[in-house]
Design a binder for this molecule. Structure first.
Ligand SMILES: Nc1ncnc2c1ncn2[C@@H]1O[C@H](COP(=O)(O)OP(=O)(O)OP(=O)(O)O)[C@@H](O)[C@H]1O
Ligand SMILES: [Mg+2]
Length: 305
């Protein structure tokens, strides 16, 4: 399975959430690859604490591969190479977890036929080697989205399961922008149809993820005045109504990740230890990552639209 992750705005929580989903699936025994397709800013290595590759890997990253400078991009094994003791101590029952990094100083480049061909070769190789490949695309209406759509419209991908996660924060601007990223004539569906995808079929492969959503329950509003808590609940209800009207309601949403204090301060994998000793992260955050990881392959969750 190949999962493309995107968002209209930057800083939504796409990379951190995807890295945690990848981690949870690997813990469950899957071989998982995380491919950094954020051409302008390929910094996913930070989340896995792979210090040597925080800005990508020179001449051996995804850009070099798509531009024909290398046929084999680097694969960094997180269990072996991470600077995090907790990640290096991962149980042997886990599957592989590999980062395929970008290149430092890379930028966006358009999808011509040669790039599409190389992208197809890369993704088909990943699909053979890994159970789940998560492709973290650049934010906005990027060339990265265009390359992904053009490539997956090729006949070779007919039998490959591809899914899309579109990330947004829980605000009015994010809801509007996300609906447009998917539904605008130059959005994912429009560009997909241009390259030969069927709109209904592609629509069934797209689900939304709400990231870093502030809670409105008693424990989340404990430090606020009663008027503030009441106002927050009204805003939350308004956002719920808006999301439904824009087609980003509950049935099209795969999951919601709560705002977590750890992730506000540091982009990282949250291990089970982080919610136990010392209990720095919230258990609800891990539950949300686990649910999302399970939902990726839960066909019923993808058939209801
Ligand atoms: N659930 C969460 N709670 C609190 N903060 C979060 C949460 N998820 C992500 N963040 C924080 O939000 C910031 C942006 O997250 P991240 O880098 O994953 O976003 P992104 O969409 O990949 O951004 P970019 O477009 O720059 O690649 C980071 O500092 C991250 O740690
Ligand atoms: Mg990112």
């Amino acid at each position: 399975m190949i999962v493309f992750a995107t968002s209209d705005k930057g800083g939504t929580g796409r990379s951190v959430t995807c890295a945690n989903i990848a981690y949870r699936r690997a813990l469950g025994g899957d071989d998982v690859a995380y491919v950094d397709f954020d051409f302008g800013s390929p910094t996913a290595a930070t989340v896995f604490e792979l210090g040597s590759a925080v800005h990508g890997v020179t001449h051996r990253g995804v850009h070099s591969c798509l531009l024909g400078r290398t046929t084999e991009p680097a694969r960094l094994d997180v269990w072996l190479s991470s600077e995090s003791d907790a990640l290096r101590r991962t149980l042997a029952s886990a599957g592989r977890l590999c980062l395929v990094p970008g290149d430092p100083g890379g930028g966006e480049f358009p999808a011509d036929e040669a790039v599409t061909r190389r992208c197809a070769a890369l993704l088909l190789a990943m699909e053979q080697e890994f159970d789940v490949t998560i492709v973290d695309l650049s934010a906005g209406r990027s060339y990265a989205i265009d390359i992904a759509l053009r490539t997956t419209a090729l006949p070779e991908f007919e039998n490959v399961v591809t899914r899309w996660l579109v990330f947004h924060r829980w605000t009015r601007q994010h809801l509007e922008a996300t609906a447009a990223l998917v539904g605008h004539e130059r959005g994912i569906l429009g560009v997909g149809v241009h390259w030969g995808h069927d709109a209904d079929e592609l629509g069934r492969r797209i689900r939304y993820v709400r990231a870093a959503v502030p809670g409105t329950g008693a424990s989340s509003v404990a430090g606020l005045r009663a008027e503030q808590a009441e106002w927050l609940r009204e805003v939350d209800a308004d956002l719920t109504r808006r999301s439904g009207r824009l087609g980003l309601g509950r049935t099209s949403t795969l999951g919601t990740v709560p705002l977590d204090p750890v992730l506000q301060w540091k982009e990282q994998i949250i291990t089970d230890e982080d919610v136990l000793k010392p209990a720095i992260a919230n258990a609800e955050t891990v539950t949300a990552f686990r649910d999302l990881a399970d939902a990726l392959t839960d066909d019923e969750r993808w058939e209801i639209l």
